[in-house]
Write a protein that binds this ligand. Structure first.
Ligand code: CTP
Ligand code: MG
Length: 227
């Protein structure tokens, strides 16, 4: 495939509670990062993966992922991540070899995103979008509140979407967005493209691409693990 995927996996997973860094927490005997990369490698479009790992974890993660990718034809690079997610993505982007005009960015924490979603995002970039995000409708009613928690308004949720990863980009667009914005504050990469005035389009997301954030999410994920 002509697509490289950046996998930020260097976070601590504080909201998951005490334990290993989130990407290395195990479900059914495999770390979340292994579940994530296994699905990426099953997508036809993917030719290379760059993972940003916690400091000190390069050798152990290399040992975990090399067998996952063996025989798949998918290349692997590992970098040590940064203090914020945006820095981890930028460091991974800098390590992508030449020859990958389309770059996807995919959180290790969305470990059960299906391969079809990966191919859908890449196809939308290939079809001409500069930046593509998978989205789902918002199912909850959304309220605005004041600092005391009193309701000040109800938002029209029909114009809202919840955003997932993988997000897809023309490589030049993602590189320019990161180069222009180094403050580390953005919560997603498409947001950096928006700040530059770029056009971001959407494709349907997948419920199984939910982000494993809190302990309850890990219980849900346990239901999705391959038998
Ligand atoms: N991430 C990263 N580098 C950081 C922070 C986060 O690579 N400095 C990665 C995480 O490993 C995760 C993804 O970005 O795969 C999404 O972040 P999040 O779900 O917030 O994970 P954590 O930051 O690990 O969790 P928490 O915020 O609860 O500590
Ligand atoms: Mg975080």
């Amino acid at each position: 495939g002509d697509v490289a995927v950046l996998v930020p996996a260097a976070g601590r997973g504080e909201r998951l509670g005490p334990g290993l860094p989130k990407a290395l927490r195990e479900l059914a005997g495999s770390p979340l990062l292994v579940h994530a990369v296994r699905r990426l490698a099953q997508a036809d479009c993917v030719g290379h993966v760059v993972v940003a790992v916690p400091a000190g974890a390069v050798d152990s993660v290399s040992a975990l992922l090399t067998p996952v990718l063996a025989g798949s034809g998918v290349g692997l690079d590992l970098v040590v991540g940064g203090a914020e997610r945006q820095q981890s993505v930028a460091l991974a982007l800098a390590a992508v070899p030449g020859g990958y005009p389309i770059i996807l960015v995919h959180d290790a924490a969305r470990a059960f995103a299906p391969p079809e979603l990966v191919d859908r995002v890449a196809a939308a970039v290939r079809a001409g979008s500069d930046a593509v995000i998978p989205v789902l409708p918002v199912v909850d009613t959304i309220k605005q509140v004041d600092p005391d928690g009193a309701v000040t308004g109800t938002v029209d949720r029909s114009v809202l979407r919840a955003v997932q990863t993988p997000q897809g980009f023309r490589r030049t667009v993602l590189a320019a967005a990161h180069a222009a914005d180094t403050d580390g504050g953005a919560t997603d990469d498409a947001g950096l493209v928006e700040r530059l005035g770029g056009r971001v389009t959407t494709v349907p997301g997948a419920e199984s691409a939910f982000k494993i954030t809190r302990p309850f999410d890990l219980q849900v994920a346990a239901l999705l693990v391959d038998p």
